[in-house]
Write a protein that binds this ligand. Structure first.
Ligand code: SF4
Length: 367
C-alpha cells in the first residue's frame, strides 16, 4: 500500500562504527533502533519476560534490564535465554556484576563510570571479559551521576563535561585495545543534551545512543525527547534511541517509534491524519479520532487514514490519504484512494473505515 505522499529526501547519517548487540546492529548505517528498560524486578523472571513480550509487540528492538542485586544477576541467564530481544545489563555501583552479566550471556553491558568507584582500575578486566565474550559495552554518562572529577573540573554537568567524561572512559577502554563501544551522554535539558551529542559526534566515531534523561511525564517527556531527537537525527546524529518518560515501557517504545516514523527513519505503520477541530467542526472530532485510533490499533498495513471534522480541509486531506472520512451534518463521506465510495451516518463511520481498510488491503494483497 502506497500513500500519495510527496517524496522527500532521506536524512543524512553520521558515519559511525558498527557494533553488534546480539542480532541487532547499531551504527555504521544500520537502521536506527529503539530500546527501553523494563520496570519489573529483574529477579522476577516471569514478570520481566512478560513485559519484554509487550515491548517486543510494541516495536522495541533492544531491552535493557536494571541489575542492582545478586538476585537480579541470578535471573539473567534464564531471561537472556528466553528473551526475543537482545538483553543489555544496566550496571551501576557494582563492577563485579559487569562480569556476572557477561557470563550470563547478555548481548551488551551498560556501565556508568561515574558511579563505579573502582572503574578505572577494573576497565582492563572489563575490556578483556567483553572482548572474549564478543559483546560491546555502552558507556552511559548521565548529568545526575557525572564523575566527581569531571564535575569539579567543569563546575557543572555541562555538555563539555558529559562528553569529556564519556571520552575519558572510552580512552581507558582503547588503552586496552577495546573499541567495541557505544556512548550516551544524557541530560534532562534538551538544549544541553543536543549540545553534548553534537560535540560527541564531532569528537569520535562511536555509535551514539540518544536520550533526554528523566524527560518527565508522558506529554512533556515525549515532546522534549521528540524535539531533541528530531534536531539531532535531522543532522544525522544518533544510532539508537530511548524515550525516558514516566510512562510504561510500551508507551516509551511507541513514542520512540513515532519519532522515527515522523522522520522517515523507520517504515511507517498506520498513520492517522486528523484535524484539531475548530469553530467549523461538525462532529466530535477528538472522540472520533480516538475511536478510529483504537479501532485500527494493530492493523497490519501502513495505511494513512484521514479523519476530518468538516468540508473545508476534509475532502482534500481525505483524498490524499489511503482512505478517510470527511464529516458533516451527522454523516461521513468515506473516501478510498481519492474517490468517495459511500456516505454513512456518523455512528457508522468507524466501522465503515475499518471495512474499507480491510477490503483495500485484501485487494492489494491479491494483486
Ligand atoms: Fe476546522 Fe474543518 Fe479544518 Fe477540522 S477540517 S480544523 S473542523 S476547518
Amino acid at each position: 500500500i502506497q500513500s500519495l505522499g510527496v517524496p522527500v529526501a532521506a536524512l543524512p547519517r553520521r558515519r559511525s562504527r558498527r557494533i553488534q548487540v546480539g542480532k541487532v546492529a547499531v551504527g555504521g548505517g544500520a537502521p536506527i533502533t529503539v530500546q527501553t528498560m523494563t520496570t519489573t524486578r529483574t529477579s522476577d523472571v516471569d514478570a520481566t519476560l512478560q513485559q519484554i513480550a509487550q515491548i517486543t509487540a510494541a516495536g522495541c528492538d533492544i531491552v535493557r534490564l536494571a541489575v542492582p542485586t545478586a538476585d537480579d544477576v541470578a535471573a539473567l541467564p534464564l531471561i537472556v535465554a528466553k528473551s526475543p530481544l537482545p538483553v543489555i545489563a544496566d550496571i551501576h555501583f557494582q563492577s563485579r556484576y559487569v562480569f556476572a552479566a557477561i557470563d550470563a550471556g547478555c548481548a551488551a553491558v551498560r556501565v556508568n563510570p561515574g558511579n563505579i568507584k573502582e572503574f578505572d582500575d577494573r576497565v582492563g578486566d572489563i575490556a578483556e571479559a567483553a572482548a572474549s565474550a564478543g559483546i560491546p559495552i555502552r558507556v552511559g554518562v548521565n548529568a545526575g551521576s557525572l564523575d566527581r572529577r569531571m564535575l569539579e573540573r567543569h563546575g557543572a554537568p555541562t555538555a563539555e563535561a558529559l562528553v569529556d567524561s564519556a571520552l575519558h572512559e572510552a580512552a581507558l577502554f582503547e588503552e586496552h585495545g577495546f573499541r567495541d563501544l557505544k556512548i550516551a551522554v544524557k541530560h534532562h535539558d534538551p538544549r544541553t543534551m543536543i549540545a553534548a551529542n553534537r560535540l560527541l559526534a564531532a569528537r569520535c566515531d562511536y555509535p551514539i545512543h540518544l536520550g533526554v534523561t528523566e524527560a518527565g511525564p508522558l506529554l512533556q517527556g515525549t515532546v522534549k525527547s521528540a524535539v531533541a531527537f528530531g534536531i539531532l537525527l535531522a543532522e544525522g546524529i544518533g544510532d539508537t534511541i530511548r524515550v525516558s518518560i514516566s510512562a510504561p515501557p510500551t508507551e516509551q517504545v511507541k513514542a520512540a517509534n513515532h519519532i522515527l516514523q515522523s522522520l522517515g527513519l523507520r517504515p511507517r505503520e498506520l498513520e492517522i491524519v486528523s484535524c484539531p477541530g475548530c469553530g467549523r467542526v461538525q462532529v466530535d472530532i477528538h472522540q472520533l479520532a480516538a475511536r478510529v485510533e483504537a479501532a485500527f490499533e494493530g492493523f497490519p498495513y501502513p495505511l494513512r487514514v484521514a479523519v476530518m471534522g468538516c468540508v473545508v480541509n476534509g475532502p482534500g486531506e481525505a483524498r490524499e490519504a489511503d482512505l478517510g472520512v470527511s464529516s458533516g451534518n451527522g454523516k461521513g463521506q468515506i473516501f478510498v484512494k481519492g474517490e468517495v465510495v459511500r456516505t454513512v451516518p456518523e455512528y457508522q463511520i468507524v466501522d465503515a473505515l475499518l471495512e474499507e481498510a480491510t477490503a483495500l488491503t485484501e485487494n492489494a494483497t491479491e494483486q
